[in-house]
Design a protein around this ligand. Structure first.
Ligand code: HEM
Length: 204
């Protein structure tokens, strides 16, 4: 447990790294949080429609259905948790605590075996529905402004999830197996070099 706690301390560095990159690459800032917050009542009124659309799409995936069924996940509770997550974003409650929670949500998905690509694709479903509602509600300029602010936060969330996965795999698993992360990195690089060469020679 002590080791796990130490590792998680390290994961906090990852959260900061993702956020820093979101600030630099996506120009994510307090302004985005404010853009959503001043429209929070309207954006919250979309939550049921957005969540229904999200699950209508999610359940088209066999893998997603299997995960939900196998783990006896209560769909109503799951929708509620997702709704609260959405409402937190559009209410402007996007602070350090939110991003720590995002990292935790990422770990939870890894635990249930949700593939990274499912998270990435579903984030796109979520964004597109949000964009559609923005375009139906606001003039074009405002729609893109609101959409972009939302999109940046979702992107950071997905970034946290993916990093959580890589973090658990390289840091936690290798630590448990008694392998030094630097050695694993080196071995992985060698393997990747071979895979890249194979692709170049045979597949592309
Ligand atoms: C952008 C994509 C997604 C978002 C934003 C999202 C959001 C959430 C949130 C906020 C929770 C609740 C965490 C908590 O307990 O506090 C959750 C739990 C969960 N999600 Fe997702 N999710 C996404 C994609 C997926 C996908 C693709 C699956 C595939 C089946 C999935 C399955 C689950 C499961 C099994 C749980 C745990 C429920 C439980 O412990 O009762 N999610 N998700």
């Amino acid at each position: 447990m002590e080791k796990c706690e130490k590792r998680l301390e390290k994961s906090l560095e990852k959260i900061s790294e993702v956020l820093e990159n979101a600030r630099q690459l996506l120009t994510f800032s307090e302004k985005d949080i404010e853009i959503l917050k001043i429209r929070k009542d309207l954006l919250k009124s979309w939550s049921d429609e957005i969540i229904e659309d999200f699950y209508d799409n999610l359940l088209k995936s066999k893998k997603a259905r299997e995960i939900i069924e196998k783990n006896n996940i209560n769909l109503i509770k799951l929708k509620q948790a997702n709704k609260e997550w959405y409402e937190q974003i559009v209410s402007g409650n996007v602070d350090e605590k939110f991003f720590k929670y995002s990292f935790y949500v990422g770990l939870l998905h890894i635990y249930y075996g949700v593939d990274n690509h499912l998270m990435i694709l579903m984030a796109d479903v979520l964004r597109r529905k949000f964009l559609k509602l923005c375009l139906e509600t606001f003039d074009e300029e405002e729609a893109f402004e609101v959409y972009q602010s939302f999109s940046k936060i979702v992107a950071a969330f997905v970034g946290m999830t993916v990093e959580g996965y890589v973090f658990m795999l390289t840091e936690a698993l290798m630590d448990i197996l008694g392998m030094k992360p630097k050695l694993v990195d080196r071995l992985l690089k060698m393997e990747l070099k071979q895979a890249i060469q194979y692709f170049r020679k045979n597949l592309i």
